[in-house]
Design a protein around this ligand. Structure first.
Ligand SMILES: O=C(O)CCC(=O)C(=O)O
Ligand SMILES: [Fe+2]
Length: 337
C-alpha cells in the first residue's frame, strides 16, 4: 500500500537530448513496471480543468428528470446518462452515475455482414438545461487527444518503437471517449464498489479527479497501490490495445475505485484515447519484442486486436439494460463466441 505512482513530466520531452533520454527511461519503466503514472507538464491549464469540473458538477446537480431525459437506455450507441447502479463491472453494480460522451457522429446501424461494433458510432445526448456542457466537453476531448497523441508517440519512442507506428489507426475517425462520473458516497449494501476491478479497452486513459481519493491499482507482484490525487496532474494508464500492440510487454493494468465514505461525493473525468473502430492493431516492431510474454489469456475477457470488437465487448458487459433493449442479437453472438 506504500507504493507510489511514478510522476512523469511531459515537458521534459521538449528538453535537451539528455533530458529527453532521462524522460524516456522514466516513461519506459513506469509503463513497463506499473502501467500507471501521474503526468505533469502536459500544458492543460488550471482554468481549463476548473471549467470542466464546474460543468461536471453542474450536470450532476441538475434535477434527476433532466438527467434521465438523456438516459443511455434511449441510445443504441451507449451514449448518455447512466443511473447509479445500472452499470456493472465484474458482474456487480457500480455505485456511480455517469454521462458517456463520444465523438459526434451520424448513427451507423450496421448493414447485414458489417460488424456490430458500428453501433458505437452515433450522436451524443446533451442536457438541454446546460448548453455549456457540450462546448466544454468537446473542447476537452480535442485538447486531451492532442496530449494523448504526444504521449503515445513518446511512449513508443521510449520502448524503441517507431513513434508514428499507430498514426493510421488514429487517422480520420478515432473513437475518442469521455465519461463524466460521480461517486455518490457508499452504497447501502456496504460493498464499496465505486467501479469494480477492470482494464480500459483502448491505448491510453487520461484521468482527471477531484481531491477525493479512492482509485486503486494492481501493482507489481499483485500489490495494491492507492492513488491519491496529485493536483495539476493527470493519472495515466495503459489500456488493452497497448498490451495487444506490444504482445504483452506492456500490460493493461487492473484498477478500481473504492466508494467514498458515507455521503461524501467524488467526481472524476476519464478520457479514453481510442483508435478507429475498424483499426486492427498490428504488433509494433521494437527491440524487446522477443521478450514479450504474450497477451493475458482470460476466457472472461479476451483481448481483440480489432478495436471495435474490443470496445463493444465492454459495453455489452457493463450496460446490460442498454444491450437487452437494443442489441439482443449482439448479446447472442457474444455468448456463442
Ligand atoms: O473514476 C476514476 O478515478 C477511474 C474511473 C475508471 O477507471 C473508468 O471509468 O474506467
Ligand atoms: Fe478505468
Amino acid at each position: 500500500m506504500n507504493d507510489k505512482l511514478p510522476v512523469i513530466d511531459l515537458s521534459a520531452a521538449s528538453g535537451t537530448p539528455d533530458e529527453r533520454a532521462r524522460f524516456h527511461e522514466a516513461l519506459h519503466a513506469a509503463a513497463r513496471d506499473v502501467g500507471f503514472l501521474h503526468l505533469t507538464g502536459h500544458g492543460i491549464t488550471d482554468a481549463e480543468t476548473a471549467e470542466l469540473m464546474r460543468v461536471t458538477r453542474e450536470f450532476f446537480a441538475l434535477p434527476e428528470a433532466d438527467r434521465l431525459a438523456i438516459s443511455n437506455l434511449n441510445s443504441p450507441h451507449f451514449r448518455g446518462y447512466t443511473r447509479i447502479g445500472d452499470e456493472r463491472t465484474g458482474g456487480s453494480p457500480d455505485w456511480r452515475d455517469q454521462l458517456d460522451i463520444g465523438a459526434e457522429r451520424a448513427p451507423h446501424a450496421p448493414a447485414p455482414g458489417e460488424p456490430g461494433y458500428w453501433w458505437l458510432d452515433g450522436p451524443n445526448q446533451w442536457p438541454a438545461a446546460l448548453p455549456a456542457l457540450r462546448t466544454t466537453a468537446l473542447r476537452w476531448i480535442d485538447r486531451l487527444s492532442a496530449v494523448a497523441g504526444r504521449l503515445l508517440h513518446e511512449l513508443l519512442t521510449a520502448i524503441g518503437a517507431p513513434a508514428g507506428f499507430y498514426d493510421d489507426a488514429f487517422a480520420d475517425r478515432p473513437h475518442l471517449h469521455l465519461k463524466l462520473v460521480r461517486y455518490p458516497g457508499s452504497a447501502p449494501d456496504g460493498a464499496g464498489q465505486g467501479v469494480g476491478w477492470h482494464k480500459d479497452y483502448g491505448f491510453l486513459t487520461l484521468l482527471l479527479t477531484d481531491e477525493v481519493g479512492g482509485l486503486q491499482v494492481e501493482g507489481p507482484g499483485g500489490s495494491l497501490i492507492d492513488v491519491p490525487p496529485l493536483p495539476g496532474a493527470f493519472v495515466i494508464n495503459l489500456g488493452e490495445l497497448l498490451e495487444v500492440a506490444t504482445n504483452g510487454y506492456l500490460k493493461a493494468t487492473n484498477h478500481r475505485v473504492v466508494s467514498p465514505p458515507g455521503t461524501r461525493e467524488r467526481y472524476s473525468v476519464p478520457f479514453f484515447y481510442n483508435p478507429r473502430l475498424d483499426a486492427r492493431i498490428e504488433p509494433v516492431p521494437f527491440p524487446y519484442a522477443d521478450r514479450a510474454p504474450g497477451v493475458t489469456q482470460d476466457a472472461a475477457n479476451p483481448l481483440f486486436a480489432e478495436y471495435g470488437r474490443n470496445e463493444i465487448k465492454g459495453w455489452l458487459r457493463a450496460h446490460p439494460a442498454v444491450a437487452e433493449r437494443h442489441h439482443r442479437d449482439l448479446l447472442a453472438a457474444a455468448a456463442a463466441g
